[in-house]
Design a protein around this ligand. Structure first.
Ligand SMILES: [Zn+2]
Length: 151
């Protein structure tokens, strides 16, 4: 826990310490950040708090960014193999099984939803991304990610 804390720069403020990257972003946007607004370090260097390296993301979005391509924990692996056998299916394992098959990044999901909203046909979007039309339909139904957190 202590090691993890050291990965971020802290700044002394009246009454204690605050994370420097949050202060930098607050100065930039001119208001305090909400608790639900997380800061992602774009180049993954948590000590690089230049404003151009910082991005406001929702909690779910932040989880999605860091999960992508990362190996699963052994606990989740076990849960997933049980779920594949049809035992112990949970909301988490269901969502994760779908996500593991998903080829889209959060940015691409946003792009797809934007295109659907502006009236582009799902077949056309599917062709552009090289996936089946049902995949696009499933994205719109929120089968992979909670859409509210993506948008
Ligand atoms: Zn991050």
């Amino acid at each position: 826990m202590l090691l993890k804390r050291k990965r971020y720069k802290q700044v002394r403020v009246p009454g204690g310490y605050r994370l420097e990257h949050r202060l930098v972003m607050e100065r930039h946007i001119g208001r305090p950040l909400l608790r639900t607004e997380h800061i992602h370090h774009i180049n993954e260097d948590h000590l690089d708090n230049r404003i151009e390296n910082l991005q406001i993301v929702s909690i779910a979005e932040h989880n999605a960014i860091h999960r992508k391509g990362k190996p699963l924990s052994s606990e989740l692996k076990q849960k997933l193999s049980l779920a594949k056998l049809g035992v112990q299916k949970t909301t988490e394992t269901r969502m994760r099984m779908r996500q593991s098959k998903l080829k889209f990044s959060v940015e691409q999901l946003r792009d797809i939803l934007k295109q659907v909203e502006s009236g582009v046909s799902k077949a056309k979007i599917a062709a552009a991304y090289g996936v089946a039309r049902t995949t696009i339909q499933n994205v719109c139904r929120g089968r992979y990610y909670d859409l509210k957190s993506v948008l």
